[in-house]
Ligand binder design. Structure first.
Ligand SMILES: [Zn+2]
Length: 91
């Protein structure tokens, strides 16, 4: 599997976790795979949810995937240089 999975970046209010409603085994954070779901190859099967909602009805595996996806995204977003505004309220 050398081919790279492509994604559409998606930001949708607070529903940042995109779950494939067809197979319910794929979840991505603020992006959806294109052109189709890597597991079931469903097209346009993704719906946005909050992590809270996924915790409510998702399997443990799906919840773990959602958390991992968010952590992965956070790691990517992290700027290489230290942000100047990282000093928190020093009063
Ligand atoms: Zn799927």
């Amino acid at each position: 599997m050398a081919s790279m999975q492509s994604f559409w970046p998606v930001s949708h209010r607070d529903d940042d976790f995109w779950v494939c409603m067809s197979c319910l085994t794929e979840v991505f954070y603020r992006k959806v795979p294109m052109p189709d779901c890597p597991s079931c190859h469903g097209v346009s099967t993704y719906e946005g949810f909050t992590l809270e909602a996924i915790r409510d009805w998702g399997t443990e595996e799906l919840i773990a995937k959602a958390i991992a996806a968010e952590e992965e995204a956070a790691a990517i977003v992290q700027p290489a240089a230290e942000p100047a505004a990282s000093v928190e309220a020093a009063d």
